[in-house]
Structure formats: C-alpha cells, structure tokens
Write a protein that binds this ligand. Structure first.
Ligand code: GLU
Length: 309
C-alpha cells in the first residue's frame, strides 16, 4: 500500500477528532515535578514524508522535552562513533519486558539502550569520547537529523529531574559497579538528564523520523547517519522503543516508535516518512495514551504499518 500523502492532512484531522474522547484518560508523569505543568489536553500530530512534505494538526507550536526520544539519538551517535560491536558490549537488543526505570534491566550488560539504564550506559560512552563537549554535540545531532537551525534545553525540567533522580542515580552507580560506566558517574548522569531536557515540537520529531525512514538521509539529500546505523536503531526502536508495551504496540500500530515520558512519540515508517504526536497523559507503561491510539489509527489510514505491503 502506498502512502496517501495528498490526503494526509485530512487523515490527521480525522485522527485528532476521533481520539479527542481519550484526552482525559491517563495521567501525566509526576516523578519529574516540572512535567506536571503541561496542559493535559494539549495534542498535536505530525507527518513528514521522506521528500520533505510535512503536515501537522493541533497545538503544533507546543514544545515539550524529548525525554526518552533522546535515547534514539544518543544510541545512533554511539554506533556512529564506536561501531555497533563495541556498543553491544554495553547494551543489548532484547526487550527485557521490565519497566523503563527498573534496575533489573542491568546484568552483564543492559538489556537494551531504550530503557534508562541502557541510555545512561550509552551516555557514558559518549561522555568518555567527547568529554565536556558531549551535551552540545547531542543537541547538534538533533539539529542535523531534523535539518533545523536551533534546539535548546528546558533547564527547569533539567533541574527538576536532577533533584528527584534517585532511581537513575542508583542505576548509574550500579552500572559503574558492573563495569558498564567508565567513571565520572555524576557527570554522566547530568549528561543523560540534560539530553532528556532537550526541547522540541512534533515537527522536529517527525523530521527526525523522516530522516531515519530515509535510511539516514535528510529530505534535502544530506546524509546524517549511515544505513547500518539506522538499520540497528530502527530495529531496536521496533523491539524496545515502547518499553514493556512494545510487542502489543507493534502488533497494533506496526511502526517502529519511541516514546518520551513528557507524552511525545516518534515513529519511523521506512521508505515513507516520520510520524509524531504529543499528548501528555500517559498509560500504565509510561507511553502517551492518546498518542498511542492516534498512531494506531493513522497507521491504518495512511498505510504506514511495516508489516503490511
Ligand atoms: N528522563 C526520564 C527518566 O530518565 C526519561 C524516561 C522516559 O521518557 O520514558 O526517567
């Protein structure tokens, strides 16, 4: 089935309307107190095709922190800098079926780079490689993947998470104990929390998704990541990007995706485009409740499911 881009605005509008009934279901993440300031009814949905056409509906100017969507970017960066075999010594590709912030995701290595422990291990690799330039370079990578001139951090969210990150602190110290963090535990944790505080909107995420959907080449023809990197990153998104809901999500939606606890979602439909949503209320797995339903419906309407020819 080919993607009906010409009708896509209509589809996005339909999806926004049909999922409005779910806007009060779910709860916002409260363990990062600053996230509770979001408007629970905010919603936006965006689709960017691999050729650079982009359509969006809802509160499209609404910004949010990327949170765990940033794990996709840092995982890809680590593969680019270290090579996948080296990265796979620290993080695997299996879905452990455990919550995203569970310390049991760590054994000889971390189950995958999409859970907190895996992303902190990846932040350790990047921190060791780039030193104090690391956070600036992560932001640069976001800009390059999306083809935008500017991104910034929400420092209120950063400090809010830093002050309450007891679980992630425990995870980081345990990673160090297991030989999966090079040292400088506090600095690595700050790097990780700062990457989670990167600010964006659904257009930014859909554009990044489109670059990945195009094998690492932006709509303007610039190659940002190698095909090999994209292949691994998108596969891990498919298997692990929606945490311990990834299997059910893939069976329903069929789009490799990554969620962020702020309520954002980024999906990659290879060869077709990138899709994204924002709705801050979350389901029990920590994924956007309305966003998940919106992508399920949009996937069907636009033929984005990777399992359906
Ligand atoms: N900053 C969040 C954390 O580390 C990210 C989690 C998420 O977005 O799912 O807990």
């Amino acid at each position: 089935m080919t993607v009906k881009v010409e009708n896509s605005l209509e589809y996005l509008e339909q999806v926004m309307e049909e999922t409005q009934q779910y806007q009060d279901l779910g709860v916002m993440a409260s363990y990062i107190p600053e996230l509770l300031k979001a408007d629970p009814k905010a919603f936006s949905l965006c689709y960017a095709d691999v050729n650079g056409s982009i359509v969006s509906v809802g509160s499209t100017d609404q910004t949010f922190t990327l949170q765990s969507v940033s794990k996709v970017i840092t995982f890809g960066m680590a593969i680019q800098t270290h090579g996948k075999e080296q990265v796979f010594k620290y993080v695997g590709t299996e879905n452990g079926g455990m919550p995203f912030d569970d310390i049991r995701n760590i054994s000889e290595k971390v189950v995958n780079p999409m859970v907190n422990a895996g992303a902190i291990a990846v932040a350790g690799l990047l921190h060791e490689h780039y030193g104090s330039r690391v956070s600036g370079l992560i932001a640069e990578e976001v800009k390059k993947l999306a083809g935008v001139d500017q991104v910034c951090h929400d420092m209120d969210v950063y400090y809010s998470e830093l002050a309450t990150a007891t679980k992630n602190k425990a995870i980081a110290h345990y990673l160090y104990h297991m030989g999966l963090l090079p040292g400088q535990v506090e600095e690595v944790l700050e790097t990780y929390i700062l990457q989670c505080a990167l600010l964006g909107d659904t257009q930014l995420l859909a554009k990044i998704g489109a670059t990945l959907a195009n094998g690492g080449v932006r709509a303007d023809g610039v190659r940002v990541w190698s095909r090999d990197t994209v292949e691994v990153v998108v596969a891990v998104m498919a298997n692990c990007g929606m945490y311990d809901h990834s299997g059910d999500y893939m069976a329903r939606v069929g789009i490799p995706s990554k969620s962020g606890v702020s309520g954002c979602l980024m999906g990659v439909a290879p060869g077709k485009g990138g899709v994204s949503s924002y709705a801050p209320n979350l389901n029990e797995f920590g994924n956007s409740l309305r966003g998940t339903l919106a992508l399920e419906s949009l996937s069907k309407k636009m033929g984005l499911n990777i399992f359906i020819p």
